[in-house]
Design a protein around this ligand. Structure first.
Ligand SMILES: C[S@@+](CC[C@H](N)C(=O)[O-])C[C@H]1O[C@@H](n2cnc3c(N)ncnc32)[C@H](O)[C@@H]1O
Length: 249
């Protein structure tokens, strides 16, 4: 889709750097929010409870982008499905999976770019992961069920997040884990105002999300997860996602 920004070359480069870039590539400044680096790894490491993952577990990373968190999930789950609406993101993730890495450039200033390599993380078995395009608003009925479902920074990019939330009880096995992060960055270009979750006077998004999930999930853990997306050498987006782990009742 030409009007989907996540299909653009600029966003593919930004996300390759966001997911696979080293600290020195992303934030070569002594000051700045260094604790916001490595989000695609932290959203798995800091939210998942490995102690309750059964042998042979299946995981789903929905809105996987260029795939880093899917690889991290493969450290604790036997099979990982990474789905994203963007064919360009999925193509990059699949290339990293199959070839072990991918050369790319990222913006320095104007037309100046720097070369970098997005490498599949060491110690991850590529055969455990598969990537495909998919729509969180219309997931196939035969996707099966999962021990771990990750939805990182997806919710406020969907046209109707409630449709996705209603699908979740059928995706997560009883006793399984739903890992969700969201900065609640509601924008009408992605989500019509009437479909925002909370985000109005007297209704905080986090409270409304709890109300919607609690019939089927128990909130087990929550923490703020900062993240940093570099636009160019001197411009960054710093955000703080609400990271949560929910157990399917
Ligand atoms: C803000 S990015 C987050 C990506 C990744 N999870 C992360 O945390 O870096 C939102 C992602 O959701 C994907 N996305 C948007 N709408 C989607 C949909 N309907 N179904 C599946 N993925 C979608 C985008 O292509 C993009 O990769």
């Amino acid at each position: 889709m030409a009007d989907n920004i996540y299909e653009s070359e600029r966003l593919v480069r930004e996300y390759l750097l966001f997911h696979y870039g080293g600290a020195e590539d992303i934030l070569p400044h002594p000051s700045g929010p260094h604790d916001a680096l490595g989000f695609a790894v932290r959203c798995v490491d800091e939210l998942v409870d490995p102690s309750i993952i059964p042998p042979g577990a299946r995981a789903l990373d929905i809105g996987c982008a260029v795939g880093r968190s899917s690889f991290e999930l493969a450290r604790v789950c036997r099979e990982v499905v990474g789905l994203d609406y963007s064919a360009a993101f999925v193509a990059a993730a699949e290339r990293i999976r199959v070839e072990g890495g991918m050369d790319f450039t990222h913006a320095v200033e104007g037309d100046r770019v720097a070369a970098a390599v997005a490498r599949r993380p060491a110690g991850v078995e590529a055969s455990r992961v598969c990537f495909a395009t998919g729509d969180a608003m219309a997931l196939p009925g035969d996707l099966g069920t999962f021990d771990v479902v990750l939805a990182a920074n997806l919710l406020c990019r969907l046209p109707d997040p409630r449709v996705f939330l209603e699908r979740l009880p059928g995706l997560v096995k009883p006793g399984g884990q739903l890992l969700m992060t969201t900065p609640f960055t509601w924008l009408e270009e992605f989500t019509p105002r009437g479909n925002w979750i909370g985000a109005r006077e007297g209704a905080a998004s986090a409270d409304e999300l709890k109300r919607l999930l609690e019939p089927s999930f128990e909130l087990c853990f929550a923490k703020d997860l900062p993240f940093l997306i570099r636009e160019h050498a001197r411009k960054f987006q710093w955000s703080v996602a609400w990271g949560t782990r929910w157990m399917r009742k």
